[in-house]
Design a protein around this ligand. Structure first.
Ligand code: ADP
Ligand code: MG
Length: 690
């Protein structure tokens, strides 16, 4: 039994029921939990600084003699205490104080002070510093270790946490945990877990605060590696669990060959390669778990069609799920166009479908009459059943979570067999990050755009140039091309977005009376939306005013100009996704980013990146740098990541070694794998639900 995990925090001195409850609220129940609760900052209280050399914002210890202690009655009543050492003089200021405190700061006494140096009304001051007054002329010994500062919660003081931690460290010394990582893998040359924890909670000044916080200190790396290994253990176990389930071996290549021959263009080399990778997977009697990454416009839909046709030809059903109704509709239209000549029908299922139509589709699916269904979230509702689901395709996976992917898969689960899974994403994720987020998937990359595509030219203009932009829209429409006008509002309220789009639509209709202007926004009925899109896609409307609902997937190659309002409010990947709606044909395309000055520094950077490049990978990297992985991936993905100590950006180069080590531990030491999972991922049980 693991002593550290067995001992509850309530057994520690100074941790009463109330505190224990508050700690539990932070996920800290046992001594082990507490030991893995790392400081987010350290203070160096091991040395005394000279008062004469202080700078604002330093956190320092000083010692001096008390010169005077007065209550001031200026704007706000305060206690001011002046102290002096050989190098200079500084004031301590307290706004909350009592008589006893005033008396204890007795003139002539030595005092040691710890606090942040601030600029106050008398020059440099300490506001509410911690301090000790000498007893019998003597100050206590200085700290010998760096002082940890822990993340905490209302009602739990640092003092309480530090007190509890000291006891936890004593338990750790007495019952050192077993090292779960082999000594010769990614953790070679790193300290044992016991030593790493002791260092992190009570580092030597020589350990260096920067190294400890910056992630380069071996003690921190020891924990990072272990957490990443635990994470990869779970990913690999989930993968192995899925692979063990088995899947139908599919080998139909005739239908797709037929489709390919009817296309007015050739597949790109990258598309061919990825289709081959997929077909190789599908031919196996174990489920494919494949992520296809490709920049916007790379032609992922056709790759999905190849997989779908393989399954259909082999006598299995296929479900394709997209995150928005609009995108699902586009896929439905593309697939219908491609599959009708082959004599195949494409079923449609979304939440907005009427009762009767819905029931019809449902029975066609459950009776096996429909081979391919395209739809939205409606697809994984309980009442939807398939007769022989052999392949699931999910577009823009980052909009879904792993569990939704698995829920759809389970529609085709029979005894020991599940459907193959194909996931498409236009969010190009750096390799190591993909390994962490989509750790159970194999990855294929479509790293080539169809030929003849010219990079979109991007202009960044202040909103005051709106009239010029409208003139440009007019000229573009007259020359026969089509234009998107995207309204953005950061307030994610559908109704506000819709209002803004309607107002813009109105204004543009008035400014451009000879154009037909269509409008789509999230508040419209699906049929209205579809009708508006159809008018635009069919060329009847030259201008489409839209909210960000058109962000993903919409495909109208004749549109070569996009105007985005308030572009400064959008993140890089969103800008890139939106911009990807143009540049889909052979014509030169343009994107005008209108912004409302003044621009923040990051907004300026984002717009500059957009102007400089159309390379999705570069944009993703910049975006990741500007935002960090948590926000970048969105809550769904990070919820599953939930790394406590490791930082995917900072610790990127540890991901691969961690994966290698995880694979080894799973095969050689299954018990250690279980223990790692238990230590690091408790509470996320469904991780392993394969
Ligand atoms: P995405 O990868 O963004 O989903 P799509 O699948 O929507 O891209 O494809 C973008 C456009 O490129 C579509 O109009 C599609 O028909 C077209 N396309 C796909 N593959 C090729 C190709 N090899 N050559 C020319 N055009 C292609
Ligand atoms: Mg797409």
């Amino acid at each position: 039994m693991n002593e550290l995990a067995a001992r509850s925090l309530a057994t520690l001195k100074g941790v009463g029921p109330k505190t224990a409850e508050r700690l539990a609220g932070m996920g800290l129940h046992t001594v082990e939990d507490l030991l893995f609760h790392l400081p987010f900052r350290y203070e160096d209280r091991t040395q005394v600084a000279e008062i004469g050399r202080l700078r604002p914002e330093q956190h320092v210890v000083v010692e001096g003699e008390i010169l005077r202690t007065d209550i001031l009655f200026s704007r706000r009543r305060s206690l001011l205490c002046s102290i002096r050492d050989h190098s200079g003089q500084i004031n301590l200021r307290f706004f909350h104080f009592n008589a006893q405190q005033k008396n204890s700061l007795e003139v002539g006494q030595q005092v040691r002070v710890f606090g942040e140096v601030r600029v106050g009304s008398t020059g440099l001051e300490f506001f509410h510093p911690e301090y000790v007054v000498a007893v019998d002329g003597a100050l206590p010994q200085l700290e010998r270790c760096l002082t940890p500062v822990y993340p905490t919660t209302d009602g739990v003081h640092q003092r309480t946490l530090r007190g509890a931690m000291e006891q936890a460290l004593a338990v750790l010394r007495q019952f050192p945990p077993k090292d779960l990582l082999p000594a010769d893998g990614a953790a070679a040359h790193l300290p044992s877990l016991r030593d790493a924890l002791l260092t992190l909670h009570a580092p030597d000044p020589d350990d260096g605060i920067d190294a400890l916080l910056g992630g380069t200190h071996p003690a921190l790396q020891r924990l990072v590696v272990e957490e990443m290994v635990a994470h990869q253990v779970v990913m690999l176990a989930r993968r192995a669990g899925q692979k063990a389930l088995g899947a139908p071996a599919l080998q139909g290549e005739r239908l797709f060959r037929q489709l390919r021959e009817s296309l007015p263009f050739q597949l790109t080399g990258a598309q061919q390669r990825v289709i081959e990778e997929i077909n190789t997977d599908l031919a196996q009697p174990s489920p494919m778990l494949r992520l296809v990454q490709g920049d916007v416009g790379a032609g992922k839909t056709l790759v999905a069609a190849a997989a779908a046709l393989n399954a259909i030809e082999s006598g299995y059903q296929v479900a394709l799920m997209a995150p928005t109704e609009l995108l699902a509709e586009q896929h439905h239209a593309s697939f219908q166009r491609w599959l009708a000549p082959l004599g195949l029908e494409v079923a449609w299922l979304s939440g907005s479908l009427g009762q009767k139509a819905r029931r019809e589709v449902e029975s066609a699916l459950s009776e096996g009459r429909a081979g391919l269904v395209v739809g939205t979230h409606a697809l994984f509702q309980e009442r939807v059943q398939f007769q022989r689901l052999g392949l699931t395709i999910i577009d823009e996976q980052h909009r879904f979570g792993v569990h939704q992917r698995l829920a759809l898969r389970d529609k085709g689960r029979s005894q020991q067999q599940v459907p193959h899974q194909l996931v498409l994403t236009a969010t190009p994720i750096p390799r190591t990050l993909a390994m962490s987020v989509y750790g159970d998937l194999d990855t294929s990359v479509i790293d080539e755009l169809p030929p003849g595509r010219q990079p979109i030219e991007t202009l960044v203009l202040p909103a005051s140039r709106r009239a010029d932009v409208i003139a440009r829209v007019h000229a573009a429409a007259r020359s026969g091309t089509q234009i998107y006008w995207v309204c953005t509002l950061i307030e994610e309220s559908d109704s506000l977005q819709a209002q803004a789009a309607e107002a813009t639509w109105q204004a543009l209709c008035e400014a451009l009376p000879d154009l037909t202007v269509a409008l789509v926004h999230g508040r419209m009925k699906p049929a209205e939306k579809a009708a508006a899109m159809a008018r635009f896609a069919g060329g009847e409307a030259q201008l489409l005013v839209a909210t960000t609902v058109i962000e993903v997937g919409v495909d109208v190659p004749n549109a070569t100009l996009m105007v985005m309002e308030n572009a400064e409010r959008l993140g890089l990947s969103q800008l890139h996704q939106l911009r990807g709606r143009v540049g889909r044909g052979a014509e030169q395309s343009y994107c005008v980013l209108l912004y409302q000055p003044p621009l923040s520094l990051t907004a300026k950077k984002r717009l500059a990146v957009m102007r400089e490049t159309t390379d999705g990978f570069r944009i993703a990297e910049e975006d990741l740098r500007l935002r960090g992985p948590g926000e970048w991936l969105g809550t769904r993905q990070t919820g599953e990541l939930s790394l406590r100590i490791a930082d995917l950006m900072r610790d990127e180069e540890l991901v691969e070694p961690a994966r290698t080590l995880a694979a080894r531990i799973l095969s050689e030491q299954p018990d250690a794998a279980k223990a790692l999972e238990k230590r690091w991922l408790k509470g996320s049980q469904d991780y392993l639900d394969v």
